[in-house]
Design a protein around this ligand. Structure first.
Ligand SMILES: NC(=O)c1ccc[n+]([C@@H]2O[C@H](COP(=O)([O-])OP(=O)(O)OC[C@H]3O[C@@H](n4cnc5c(N)ncnc54)[C@H](O)[C@@H]3O)[C@@H](O)[C@H]2O)c1
Length: 398
């Protein structure tokens, strides 16, 4: 089925980018938000982005022509009335998303596909109040949608093959590559495979092993990632989004306990979300969007933090990478995705120069296991068991 009419709900950080990509592909787009201010700001951001892309010769139409294909409205019923495909990108809140999709279904044509750009809430739970559950699918874009190459696709236990195929075709039309998460678990495949890296950065900072700037220096200059973890937390506003997301995760787990099958991971993440990130968000330290996080962003504008290269010599990168590899290995061992798909996700979703498992030869598997065992012995209560060596690493053949 050729999709020509798309509606995007939520015009924030993600929604405006998704709407722009759809319009760039020639589709007619309705961008919906309950806030008129958000819609006005979204139109301005799309205009700025299109201008930059045009200057680099990366769009074939003029910015005006692309913008002309995007209509904005604060009325959900009006916005979805003839949409063939809807992508919701509202706040990461299970009840909001669950109720919203049911409302969309009530106003959209019968066959409309309902995509959700959740960062990691259960697709099965999000489709809970929709009648036509086969039409609901996870379509997880990366930030910023205009630039990042990957879209991760997640089926619920009810999503049908036609919905999956249409979604894959849509991503191809948008010039995106895809990975399919094989399980509808918390954070799915891409972010889940990466989240160990995030947890370990925070764990080392909290333990006082190194400050955020030093750890970011190691990540940038030794591991070779485009951004350090603390830069990324600031860039995405994660200290605000993650604790809010956790409240939804806890609610989902009451109905779907299989949604989080790794208790030690849940403990570690929950501790950070409740004891560290929520506190930062409450103090207005959510990163670029509040003007200050781990680093400062005058005028709430992103500026790349200044991080001296010498700091990178202070910490051995394997200290960060061993736990990151262990958490990525969990995904493979537990059937969320293959080594190849995990590697692809790291490169295309997060701009890693190579797949995470491609780092194993750099440190050697024996050293990685030694680091994990040492961390397991010294782990604070909230990390107990988190470093237990995954069978994939234990049996890794170099
Ligand atoms: N920020 C990221 O890096 C990122 C990456 C991938 C996925 N996501 C996911 O995308 C979704 C949106 O994230 P974001 O960062 O763009 O959030 P955001 O806060 O920037 O934007 C959310 C928008 O949704 C609007 N909204 C809220 N309730 C609404 C409703 N009932 N009807 C219409 N509009 C409504 C808000 O007014 C706001 O403009 C979340 O589920 C998030 O987890 C975010």
């Amino acid at each position: 089925m050729s999709i020509e009419k798309v509606a995007v709900i939520g015009s924030g950080l993600m929604g405006h980018g998704i709407a722009q990509v759809a319009a760039m592909s020639g589709q007619t787009v309705v961008l919906i938000d309950k806030s008129e201010d958000a819609l006005a700001f979204a139109r301005q951001k799309m205009g700025d982005s299109l201008k930059r892309l045009a200057e680099k010769g990366r769009i074939k139409d003029t910015p005006e022509a692309v913008l002309g294909r995007i209509r904005t409205t604060s009325s959900l019923a009006d916005g979805v009335r003839d949409a063939q495909y809807v992508v919701e990108a509202v706040f990461e809140d299970i009840n909001l998303k669950r109720n919203l999709l049911a409302e969309v279904e009530a106003h959209a044509p019968k066959d409309t596909i309902l995509g959700t750009n959740t960062s990691g809430l259960s697709i099965q739970a999000i489709s809970g109040k929709v009648k036509n559950k086969e039409k609901v699918i996870g379509m997880h874009w990366m930030n910023p949608p205009q630039l990042m190459k990957l879209v991760e696709i997640i089926k619920s236990n009810k999503t049908d093959d036609a919905t999956l195929q249409t979604t894959l075709d849509l991503c191809t039309r948008y010039g995106k590559e895809t990975v399919i998460s094989q399980r509808d678990v918390w954070f799915f495949l891409a972010a889940r495979a990466r989240v160990g890296f995030s947890i370990e950065n925070c764990a080392m900072q909290l333990a006082g092993v190194a400050d955020h700037r030093t750890l970011d220096a190691v990540t940038r200059y030794k591991i070779g990632l485009p951004m350090g973890e603390f830069e990324l937390l600031d860039f995405t506003g994660a200290v605000d989004i993650r604790p809010k997301g956790l409240a939804s995760v806890e609610e989902i787990l009451k109905e779907h306990p299989d949604y989080e099958p790794w208790p030690e991971f849940r403990n570690a993440y929950t501790y950070l979300a409740k004891e560290v990130w929520a506190d930062m968000a409450a103090k207005g330290l959510s990163g670029v969007k509040t003007g200050k996080g781990f680093y400062e962003y005058p005028g709430k504008k992103y500026v790349k933090p200044d991080i001296p290269k010498e700091l990178a010599d202070k910490v051995d990168p394997v200290q960060l990478m061993a736990p990151a590899l262990n958490a990525a290995a969990w995904c493979v061992t537990h059937g969320v995705g293959s080594v190849e798909d995990v590697n692809k996700s790291m490169r295309l979703a997060f701009g890693w120069p190579k797949g995470i498992f491609d780092y194993i030869p750099d440190y050697g598997i024996a050293k990685i296991i030694e680091v994990l065992n040492a961390k397991e012995k010294a782990a604070p209560h909230w990390l107990h068991g988190f470093y237990r060596v995954d069978p994939l690493l234990a049996n890794w053949k170099s």
